[in-house]
Design a protein around this ligand. Structure first.
Ligand code: SF4
Length: 979
């Protein structure tokens, strides 16, 4: 018998069918929306040139508004959902943003942050013109300059650094990347290894665990078809890629899937789970291993998958010499390897009852190959050894054979598509040790958060340092150490902030250059959101609208507010000014192909890309009489393929096999180049053999199959890389006790979870979105009632002082049973600030603060809270809140994981009632102590000079953004101590 919900859905479906029949009977198109009953009434795309809505303000009069609907891509998180800009044909301005039903990932849906793009576009506090510092750094004194002046000044500096062989003094530090690889290509064209990212304060821990298994660093769960969904994160509200994933998780739940969530907090995701596990932070890998052990001990694993795809033979050969290299021998060893990870052990580590863990393990065992899992930041980003959280999570998938199956988990590169650009410059020939230091040869990404310490101890200097949608003073741990080096012109010669909005770091910049929001710039995007591949197009919507109305636009500044630009055109122009006559070899990568000697335009750049490197798009466009670029400008996203399936099982085509050699363990090498398969993204480059032949596949039962881009070609249960590069004890999926393990806490310490996002904010960027600010503007400290009583905190709203190893912050308490006893939590999205006397920044979300430095270190206190203010937007006078939280990240020391390089965010803290004189938002930090914390964690590293097995800085096969040329991988002379 159906539920009441079922019958109402049936009724809905019946009505929608009737509406469809009636519409089609009139000879009109019935638009098939995204919901499962096709209720969603998106504007049919045939009418996007003149879509009519009635004005709500004019009601009851029927006043029509006519819109051109122009697609773009949301820029308010990494999900890259489709948006439709409603361009008012009467005013020529965007009136609102809604979902783009043509987008295969988001299918017309958005979270609150998507439509709030209109707030960012119309924000009265946004930066509209290039600005140059006119007083001392940090004084808040600025003057408006022309783009020409800024470009010429920067080009001269960069040209000098290149010609004087100071290439490592140029760095571009990205927060949210726009297009896959665009900035990397610009830097490669300059011959500079200057790409820096935020990834090691974000997702490196999660990526590392997947990379050592698959050679690909991200999972792509097929949630919609799963029987069991296992999330170590808050994926229904904020994880990667949460809106596209959340709608597919919801779809699976309706089909009976069970959802298991590991989250110490009662997140919105946890409230929707069938099983919510609130573990002691850092114990997640122990839980995963107990589940894995259950599968092993009960023989509940997919023996055939394990036999065919794990590198068990390599493991036996390396670690159990003398043991017959047969699968049964491996199974016997496997049964012993994880025997200690009983439910009792995991219960003791996690604090979750063993019977609950056993019940969860039984549910997982029932999933078979329909087990979808994800771990993104969360525990993998919080703990020393957090990368083993994702490595042990994938162990469960690999045991179940739920890899690249329907309802299972895919390597992300198979569900993503990166189109080839018109020009591809060669890899730079230099190595940037400020980002890729010798101490961290296996770091998943740049050691970005250590930059201030490296600069402070004289490892190098930066002549020209760009930040782009990145706010290092605010986002990173230890932000006051950042501020110290950013104020030092000997360490950072010229600091350039490419940003749409003022932020805590831009305050210290020499140039602040205004960049566009998601509807004001170009990028392409593709992300793993289901078993398929799509490419999405972000575009300046007014540029497209005007062009469609017959007003060609040649420069995005012509349509953006003020002199707001986009980065693609900016980088092309800057590159031309660095190399005006082409003598440096840079200009050629920014020149037109159609008109050699003239500047590449974004129309040609994307026109070439869509015409030449997106399979199927030219044909699809031609069917509508459009060029590929016109088609993408009209619809915004194109699905290339659906149902990628198990690419590792594909046989290697004969054309790719010549002069083949096969190792005793089955790795197939070939002298023939790969036949490009447009549907396979080359994610990694497994090492060649000694003769330089390419790793082409792996023998499985006598057949050469594509396998995985790992050194062995198989799923690497045992990592020869970890074993060879100094970490043999962690070469198998295992459990590393966190730096906040209870055994490491003093009796009066608790764990602070600081990593969780709020669903309606996005780091520092969304502070300029008034709707979002009204929804979420503060970050109280979650405290369990038992702890509150222990700490002497009487009621919600009382001030508490949270003491870290380098300082403290003062915040409001929120006493709640939604957090585990012994753990407190505070979101990192809040606590924005501005210094007195300078630009307002984001009036509704920034407190005005005073900043002092004395014998006891740094002090920040709030002088004026956020509140109503006059501006061009009348809503700014209606701000009713004044509590905008506290900037806790300033009080955290740096914690680089010695393997993944991930900053381990969790903190061991003491919480006590505020003392007299404490005020909400107070911060105290001793950067001397921060320096000592840096040294303590640095001592955990095993430098390449000591562990490199081959005289290189880093295994060449590991992924690396903007990989330098092979020669740059060699260890510097004198730094090579082969073991
Ligand atoms: S999930 Fe929300 S913020 Fe992220 S891209 Fe989609 S609409 Fe934008």
């Amino acid at each position: 018998m159906g539920t009441p919900e079922d019958s109402s859905l049936d009724e809905l479906a019946r009505r929608v069918s009737a509406a469809r029949a009636a519409t089609e009977a009139r000879g009109e198109t019935f638009y098939q929306g995204a919901s499962r009953v096709h209720l969603a009434a998106f504007p049919p795309r045939e009418r996007w040139d003149d879509w009519v809505e009635l004005s709500s303000r004019a009601w009851p009069a029927r006043e029509e508004r006519h819109y051109m609907l122009v697609p773009t891509t949301c820029f308010n998180c990494e999900s890259a959902c489709g948006l439709l800009a409603y361009v008012d044909l009467a005013t020529g301005q965007v009136r609102k943003f809604e979902g783009n039903p043509e987008h295969p990932g988001s299918r017309g849906r958005n979270c609150a942050k998507g439509p709030a793009t209109i707030n960012q576009v119309t924000d009265p506090d946004r930066i509209l013109y290039p600005m140059k510092r006119s007083g001392p750094r940090g004084s808040g004194q600025w003057e408006r300059v022309s783009w020409d002046e800024a470009l010429d000044a920067l080009a001269a500096r960069i040209r000098a650094a290149i010609t004087e062989n100071r290439r490592n003094e140029i760095m571009v530090h990205l927060g949210r990347p726009g297009e896959d690889g665009y900035t990397e290509r610009v830097l490669a064209s300059w011959g500079v290894d200057g790409h820096n990212s935020h990834t090691n304060v974000c997702s490196s821990g999660g990526r590392t665990g997947f990379q050592f298994w698959m050679g690909i660093d991200r999972p792509s769960p097929d949630h919609a078809h799963a029987r069991v969904i296992y999330l170590i994160s808050a994926h229904l509200e904020s994880g990667h890629y949460f809106n596209p994933h959340a709608q597919r998780i919801t779809q699976a739940r309706r089909n009976g899937a069970k959802v298991i969530v590991l989250d110490t907090r009662l997140s919105n995701t946890a409230t929707h789970a069938d099983y919510w596990l609130s573990p002691q932070p850092g114990s997640e890998a122990a839980i995963n291993l107990a589940v894995a052990n259950h599968l092993i001990q009960t023989r509940g694993y997919d023996r055939e998958f394990v036999r065919r795809w794990w590198n068990w033979a390599e493991y036996l050969t390396a670690r159990h010499p003398g043991t017959p290299v047969i699968f049964e021998a491996f199974e016997e060893i496997l049964a012993g390897l994880y025997a200690e990870f009983t439910f009792g052990f995991a219960a003791a580590e996690s604090g979750i009852d063993a019977s609950v863990l056993a019940e969860v393990a039984a549910v997982v065992a029932g999933a078979g190959s329909r087990f979808a899992c994800h771990s993104w930041r969360s525990a993998a980003a919080g703990n020393l050894g957090g990368w083993q959280v994702s490595r042990t999570l994938f162990l469960i998938s690999a045991l179940l054979g739920a890899v690249a199956t329907e309802g299972g988990t895919f390597p992300n590169a198979w569900n993503k598509f990166v189109p080839r650009p018109i020009h591809v410059p060669p890899h730079p020939g230099v190595w940037q040790e400020l980002s890729w230091p010798l101490e961290y040869p296996l770091a998943q990404n740049e050691m970005s958060f250590l930059l201030p310490h490296f600069l402070a101890e004289g490892r190098g200097r930066l002549d020209t340092y760009f930040i782009r949608v990145y706010n290092p003073v605010w986002t990173n741990p230890d932000g006051l150490s950042w501020m110290e080096v950013l104020c030092d012109e000997d360490k950072v010669g010229c600091f350039v902030a490419l940003t749409p909005t003022w932020n805590e770091s831009a305050w210290f910049a020499d140039y602040v250059l205004p960049m566009g929001h998601g509807s004001e710039r170009h990028d392409t995007h593709s992300y793993e959101q289901y078993d398929g591949q799509w490419v999405g197009f972000r575009q300046p919507v007014l540029r497209t609208a005007r062009s469609r109305l017959g007003e060609p636009v040649t420069d995005t500044r012509q349509v953006n507010p003020g002199e707001v630009w986009e980065e693609n055109e900016f980088w092309i122009e800057l590159s031309w000014r660095i190399d005006p006559d082409g003598s440096l070899g840079i200009r050629q990568y920014h020149e037109s192909r159609a008109h050699p000697g003239s500047k590449l335009t974004v129309d040609e750049y994307y026109g070439w890309m869509f015409a030449n490197s997106v399979p199927g798009l030219p044909e699809r466009a031609a069917a509508e009489g459009l060029s590929p670029l016109e088609w993408m400008r009209r619809y915004g996203a194109f699905e290339i393929t659906r149902g990628q399936g198990a690419q590792h099982e594909q046989e290697v085509p004969a054309a790719e096999l010549s002069d083949v050699s096969v190792t005793p363990l089955g790795r197939v090498y070939s002298a023939a180049p790969p036949v490009p398969d447009p549907n396979i993204v080359p994610a990694g480059a497994p090492p060649p053999d000694e003769s330089g032949r390419r790793a082409a596949g792996v023998m499985v039962d006598g057949v050469a199959r594509r396998g995985f881009p790992t050194p062995s070609g198989q799923l690497e249960f045992w990592s020869s890389t970890l074993a060879a590069w100094g970490w043999p004890e962690h070469a198998l999926p295992g459990y590393i006790r966190s730096h906040v393990h209870p055994s490491r806490l003093a009796a009066d310490q608790v764990v602070l979870l600081s990593t969780f996002r709020l669903p309606t904010q996005i780091h520092t960027r969304s502070a300029n979105a008034k709707w979002l600010d009204e929804l979420a503007h503060t970050n109280p400290v979650w405290i369990h009632p038992a702890d509150a009583a222990r700490f002497g905190v009487l009621r919600t709203g009382d001030l508490v002082r949270v003491e870290t190893e380098i300082g403290y912050f003062v915040a409001k308490a929120w006493i709640t049973e939604g957090i585990r006893p012994g753990v407190v939590a505070c979101s990192h999205h809040m606590g924005r600030w501005r210094l007195d006397g300078g630009p307002r920044g984001a009036g509704g979300m920034m407190a005005t603060v005073g900043l002092h430095h004395g014998d006891e270190g740094w002090r920040i206190e709030q002088r004026a809270p956020a509140g109503p203010y006059p501006s061009a937007d009348p809503d700014s006078r209606r701000i009713w809140w004044n509590d905008t939280g506290v900037h806790q990240n300033l009080t955290f020391g740096v914690h680089p994981d010695p393997v993944s390089g991930m900053h381990c965010w969790h903190q061991a803290v003491r919480v006590r009632p505020a003392v007299p004189g404490d005020r909400h938002g107070d911060i105290a930090v001793d950067t001397g102590k921060a320096r000592q914390v840096y040294r303590d964690w640095l001592a955990l590293a095993r430098p390449a000079g000591q562990v490199s097995p081959d005289g290189t800085r880093r295994p060449h096969w590991l992924m690396r953004p903007l990989k330098p040329a092979a020669a740059a991988f060699a260890l510097p002379a004198g730094d090579h101590d082969l073991p």
